[in-house]
Design a protein around this ligand. Structure first.
Ligand code: NAD
Ligand code: GLY
Length: 361
């Protein structure tokens, strides 16, 4: 097992990464506040892993809350089910919520913890690659709105993150690939050596080679922890973690939540951000090709769906948390390993990207 620390002063927390951690209650117990826990999962993950975790923590007589599966259920309505279950069981402020699942479960459990009785502690036990390398770390919690992705939420840091890499053994291939999009992101925004390592080791990762996968998860978590420690509330550097996301969120909303996986939409968004960066003369053509090639090798899309017209795409992109005074700001690339947030681009260049990066009908 390896452990990283996310440094936030008195709210610092450990990120444990290793095999067989679901059974290690000693990693969780020091972070459980009070004598009550509620395990929150979904209808796919709960039958596989809930019992293992509940058994390890049986002394807390865990309450189990099982949500429906799918991004389309990351809503205020479904969030209310968590509150109803907690209130029905008379859970008080000394209750710790534990999120067992992918980013959808983690974001919703974290948001429920941020709101329930004005805030209770929670722990992240992520079970998808995407949640292990990104969503479980950093305290962004929330739900979607039909008009915009992750538009209702709160910053609420977990007490700890426990990443049991064995859970990836049951993850479907397309979900695994979706996680690779966020791994590639770290290489692109701040870690060019890691990007090069990914180019050389992607086949091993796709084969789920234990050593290569553990390294990729560790490296990703380390990058994320450093960014969040430096800029918890996204006043600056943290916005770079949104590379590809403004394009990607437009795809998710435009197609309807759950049509494309979040990581798939982010992958196409990264390719589109690279395309625009090249049009602005910032990124070399050969680097754009390296990025597209790596994403394609990971079985990820590098074009937006044909069904979203460029003008509709632009409209969808305008609902973005980085927008300031009505001006769209995007994360773009100056090199592999160097990104910036900017509104310094002509809308005609963006339209060219939206037209050029659209799948054929
Ligand atoms: P997800 O939570 O929907 O999980 C993907 C699928 O895998 C689901 O069907 C789930 O039931 C299934 N699953 C989970 N673990 C499994 C396992 N071990 N074995 C078999 N099946 C398993 O999606 P995701 O990709 O994990 O997360 C995407 C969500 O995370 C989006 O809502 C996105 O907005 C959010 N996100 C949040 C942050 C953040 O910082 N808070 C960062 C990135 C993404
Ligand atoms: N995934 C973006 C962030 O955590 O800031």
């Amino acid at each position: 097992m390896k452990t990283l620390k996310l440094d936030l002063g008195s709210r610092s927390y450990p990120i444990h990464i290793g095999s067989g951690l679901l059974e290690k209650s000693d990693l969780l117990v020091p972070h459980i506040v009070g004598n009550r826990i509620a395990l929150v999962s979904n209808e796919t993950v709960a039958p596989i892993y809930m019992e293992q975790l509940a058994t390890a923590l049986s002394e807390y007589q865990p309450l189990s809350i099982v949500l429906p599966d799918g991004e389309q259920h990351k809503t205020l309505d479904v969030l209310d089910r968590i509150f109803t279950a907690l209130l029905s069981e008379r859970c008080d402020r000394q209750t710790t919520l534990i999120a067992l699942g992918g980013g959808m479960v983690g974001d919703m459990t974290g948001f429920a913890a941020a709101c329930y009785q004005r805030g209770v502690p929670f722990i992240q036990v992520p079970t998808t690659l995407l949640a292990q390398v990104d969503a479980s770390i950093g305290g962004k919690t929330g739900v979607n709105h039909r008009l915009g992705k992750n538009m209702v939420g709160a910053f609420h840091q977990p007490q700890c993150v426990v990443i049991d890499t064995d859970t990836l053994n049951t993850l479907p291939d397309n979900e695994f690939s979706a996680g690779i999009a966020e791994v590639v992101k770290y290489g692109l925004i701040r870690d060019p050596e890691f990007f090069g390592w990914l180019e050389n080791n992607l086949d091993k990762i796709l084969d789920r080679d234990e050593q290569a996968l553990s390294f990729a998860i560790y490296q990703s978590c380390e990058n994320k922890a450093e960014v969040v420690s430096a800029d918890e509330r996204e006043a600056g550097e943290r916005a770079l973690l949104n590379l590809g996301h403004t394009f990607g969120h437009a795809i998710e909303v435009g197609l309807g939540y759950g049509t494309w996986l979040h990581g798939e939409a982010v992958a196409a968004g990264i390719a589109m951000a690279a395309d625009l960066s090249q049009r602005l003369g910032w990124l070399a053509g050969r680097d754009v090709e390296r990025i597209k090639s790596l994403l394609s090798r990971a079985q990820l899309p590098i074009r937006a769906p044909a069904s979203i017209e460029p003008s509709q795409f632009l409209d969808l992109m305008s609902v973005d948390k980085k927008t300031q005074d009505g001006r769209l700001r995007l994360v773009l690339l100056e090199a592999i390993g160097r990104a910036l947030v900017t509104d310094d681009f002509e809308s005609e260049h963006l339209m060219q990207t939206l037209r050029a990066c659209r799948s054929e009908q």
